[in-house]
Design a protein around this ligand. Sequence first.
Ligand code: NAD
Length: 254
Amino acid sequence: MTTEPAGLAGRTAFVTGAAQGLGYGIASALAEAGARVALTDVDEDRVRDAADALRREGRDVIALPLDVRIEASFERAFAGVLDRWGRVDVMINNAALTAHGSLWDITSDEWDEVLAVNLRGCFFGCRIAGRHMRETRAGGRIINLSSIAGQQASAASGAHYAASKAGILALTRAFATELAAYRVTVNALAPSAVESPALRELDAAQRERLALATPLGRFCEMHEVAAAAVFLAGDGAGYITGATLDLNGGRLMR
Ligand SMILES: NC(=O)c1ccc[n+]([C@@H]2O[C@H](COP(=O)([O-])OP(=O)(O)OC[C@H]3O[C@@H](n4cnc5c(N)ncnc54)[C@H](O)[C@@H]3O)[C@@H](O)[C@H]2O)c1
């Protein structure tokens, strides 16, 4: 009996914010699909532990420190992956701060911090991966984590968070346009509430309101977001670019 080779065998992926939550889930799913995966995060200890856990499952992964707010930090981490594996085929811009609260209370420091991690970090990630993929001429996949918060107003999300996630949709289209000629696709995932550490910060009333507002009547599961990322990273998604893939249980149909 022959076994199908894993869909992403021979590919190298770079995941930001991979120490926990969706970033870790996506890194794990990409590795399971056969990719070599660099897990990166500002939390050096936790990302090392996360990579160790995947290595114990037999996955080909490394951990690297990265603060996505700082372009030089991106350059160091990217160089680390190129030293080790020579290329990056799949870039996942996932790192973010999840921020709640009334827009009347957001301080200018909070605004700057959320935009720096979520939007500037995504811009640096798209640009460094895009430059590399343009040079290798081997094609590539860039996948950005947006959110339904960037598409639809909700009292559960801070305005700074929502603005950063809407900005990611614009960045996704801008990079998709620039990189299409190089067979690099750039797409966004827009989940609504996912069962994850960030969601556990909401109080019970907020959780119930969110679940009731969802036609499918439940929150998204982490493995469902990871499966969408694996799909967009794979050969079958080669004709999809500049798109936003909604994972929102029917909350926003368009
Ligand atoms: N969890 C949800 O319900 C949900 C819904 C929609 C979209 N999203 C998006 O999915 C992504 C992941 O969300 P999550 O819930 O797993 O988040 P999380 O808070 O659990 O994890 C975020 C990770 O990013 C890292 N990080 C923070 N600042 C960083 C920096 N400056 N540089 C590098 N890494 C940094 C953190 O250390 C952490 O490991 C985010 O982009 C989020 O906006 C999440």
